[in-house]
Design a protein around this ligand. Structure first.
Ligand code: CUA
Length: 310
């Protein structure tokens, strides 16, 4: 199970935001202590006592009023300046040419690497230690891309491009989530950012560009034909098959190399993959992939074929 923690920044961009949060919390602690302290002091110092005249009543005092207007005003100005500085550091302008294009779909993420042409789904690899410029789009409704340890969050808007920077200082796997309610399976629209050594990343990116070798076992060959004969190819693309241009559902060219299925709802094991093809609706109710009522033989063939797609 992958987890994420917004209080554990792992990139310069996330750290700027976290540091601003720490400063803001300290300012609030100081204000809280000052106000509470004065209230408690007044409760004791000015409590009602018998035989004591009412304290002197102040109906207005320009100096005092100017002081208690000026102090909050200065605090707001200070927070505004710190925020503006953080915004410029945590969210520098977008370059014309992004490293990564991430498209939100109900309920999964498509990622394209424009420089190489690689297309993947839900598991996005990046080189560690390098700022990555990400263009965000949506295919249907509003989604929101958030990797709490690596960056701020940003909305994927249909018909519009947004931009965000991500970076992972260290090699590791970081959980990302959709944080804009986008439909019944919004909660299972998760993804992984896998940060690797630049050399390892380059190798991974090259592997994603390879057309998988044609299947050789009888079951896998039947599965390959079944995939092309059924309506699978109307939504899913596999390089080297007929009509491999559809991206309504995740690209399956290298599905067997992914860690998870269904936007993170299950691990990618042969048994889980089979259960998913059998009826995705029992695993992720409301997912846009229907139950095709495959026979057990057909399930074996599809499973055998998909397991060749490393
Ligand atoms: Cu996509 Cu919530």
């Amino acid at each position: 199970m992958y987890t994420s923690n917004a209080l554990n920044p792992q990139s310069p961009f996330a750290r700027y935001i976290f540091d601003l949060g720490v400063v803001a919390v300290w300012i609030m602690i100081v204000i809280f202590c000052a106000v509470t302290g004065m209230v408690i002091y007044s409760m004791f110092r000015y409590r009602w006592k018998e035989d004591e005249a009412d304290p002197h009543q102040l109906a207005g005092n320009k100096t005092v009023e100017m002081i208690w207007t000026a102090i909050p005003f200065l605090i707001v100005i200070l927070l505004f300046m710190l925020t503006a500085r953080t915004m410029s550091k945590a969210d520098p302008p977008a370059p014309g040419d992004p490293d990564l294009l991430v498209i939100g779909h109900q309920f999964w993420w498509e990622a394209r690497y424009p420089h190489s042409g690689a297309i993947v789904a839900n598991e996005i690899h990046i080189p560690a230690g390098k700022p990555i410029s990400v263009e965000l789009r949506s295919e249907d409704v509003l989604h929101e891309f958030w990797v709490p340890e690596l960056a701020r969050k940003m909305t994927n808007v249909p018909g519009k491009s947004n931009h965000i920077w991500i970076q992972a200082d260290k090699v590791g796997t970081y959980l990302g989530v959709c944080t804009e309610f986008c439909g019944i399976q919004h909660a299972w629209m998760r993804f992984l950012i896998v940060a690797e050594d630049p050399a390892q990343f380059a190798q991974w990116e090259q592997a994603q560009l390879q057309v998988p070798p044609a299947p050789t076992t009888e079951a896998a060959i039947k599965g390959w034909k079944l995939f092309q004969r059924e309506s699978c190819i109307n939504c899913h693309s596999i390089a080297g098959t007929l009509g491999n241009t559809a991206h309504v559902g995740p690209d399956l060219t290298h599905i067997a190399s992914r860690r998870q299925l269904g936007g993170g709802i299950i691990e990618n094991t042969p048994a889980n993959l089979r259960a998913w093809i059998q009826n995705p609706q029992t695993i992720k109710p409301g997912v846009l992939m229907p139950n095709y009522y495959f026979t057990p033989d057909e399930l074996n063939q599809l499973e055998a074929y998909f397991e060749t797609l490393k």
